[in-house]
Design a protein around this ligand. Sequence first.
Ligand SMILES: [Zn+2]
Length: 578
Amino acid sequence: MKWIQTFLCCILGYVAIAQSGMTSTDTTAAIVMMGNYSPAAYMPVAPVSDPYAIAAGVRDRISADSLHEWLNVLRTFRNRNTGSDTSSAEIGIGAARRWIYSKFQQFSAENEGRFIPSYLQFNKIICSMAQHRNVFAVLPGTDTSDKSVIIIEAHMDSRCADLCDTACIAEGMEDNGSGTALVIELARVMSRYAYRHTIVFMATTGEEQGLDGAQAFAMYCQQHGIKIRGVMNNDVIGGIICGHTSSAPGCPYFKHIDSTQVRLFSIGGFNSPHKGLCRFLKLEYKEMQLPFAAVPMTVSIMTPEDRTGRGGDHIPFRVLGYTAMRFTAANEAGNADVATGTYEDRQHTSADSLGIDTDGDGIINDYFVDFNYLARNTLINANGAAMMALGPRTPDFTLTTSGGSLVVTLTAETGYPQYRVGVRTTTFDWDSVYTFSGGATAFNIPLSASGNYIVSIASVDDDGVESLFSRELQVSVVVGLNEVVAITRPVALLQNKPNPADESTMISVLVNAGLHYKDAFITIRDMSGREVYRQPLELSEGMNEIIYDHGYNMSGTYSYSLILDGAIVETRQMVFSN
Ligand SMILES: [Zn+2]
């Protein structure tokens, strides 16, 4: 697969000067992450590892009041800029990280000492300070035969308009006290259970200056051969009110409220493990939590890796080859464009507070962070991380057609009691997830429509937990009378995903062997035939994908064409609806 990078130009330039001297201050935490430990040493006296008991347990224990309490403490540090005070007991990033460390120690004491806090220290000059610390804690897994760990993280640093202003009030409640409180709450409620895989809970520093803390941790993992099953980054995850501005794809209008949707950002389309992780987290929420939810959440799988021109801590992990995604609230109070004199929003200013006191009694009564919304997002994280940490090994398969069906044939991990087959066509979501039981190693999925089918599979263990889904395979089929015929052409322009699209969509070109051309373009025209976009392509064999950012509030129908050596190969329609 070739990934054409059309939109990564603007992400903070974090590949500047590398971090050095990455060290875990606690050596046991480091050894556990590497998988070189005896799981028996960390087994609880009465282990709870039943997935349904854990799903119910985290649902019952995650508390909006508790999240409110963590945010109230985070406020008191006043300024958590990466370069802020590290010696004060009350103010600055040092006091903040020591308090988080103390919470991890407390949760460990409450859970048989099974939870191991540490700092990841690293060297890089950021805001005139040479040495920095992420704070994290490790919950050792019960099985080291697969040593991959799960990382749930959020950046704890905050900022004002000036990137290195260490004196302003920078409570950073939405960005990103909300994510930090979420990680602390997850540590509190998840550390009582036993999971197959090790889970790492982390608050990073240096995000605002260039994703530095996350990059330091990703580099540390690479240097020490630490395997990562998935990284879940939470950033701007507690606010529900739309600002005057927000980065596309963003919220619709000032003061618009959305407390029932969360966005999952990740890179890639076809066969992207990052999108696969997003689909898994969404599926687990839907099947394990949604039937019990008083307020059901819409989990939206977004097309791009992040909002346009923005970045987050999942990116350094992805760049180093790890699977990573980002949770972000549906509505944001600003696009952080603080340099424009007209910026009125809260993000990256002193106004990013917990709320305001409108009646003058000294008590906040109008909140910007919705603690119930934050609790719902915390549950989606807890449930997804727990199932990922419990689940079995991922199988592999081949994809063919026979009669009127797709045929999925297992080629690895064939001994599980059940398998699930996810099939998608026009979006990043599965159209259907089929379940097969009974020891068969080939599964038939009858089709009634022609199209491009994208398939991945998961194994299901005796406890009923899915593995992460496999790589994706795809087949283009024509459905005839009682038969499905796979078709191959030298090159095919596929339907954009998603379609209809909101603000950005992905256009895919599938190339089979033996395509020869000199120039290739994608062009997009409006209904009057006016060309609105032209993107040169370098096609390679397999799936080629580009993201087209349409921008907000520009609904309509467009046609897009693949042009090779001046000739239109294929034209399709795409719809933007806002
Ligand atoms: Zn942030």
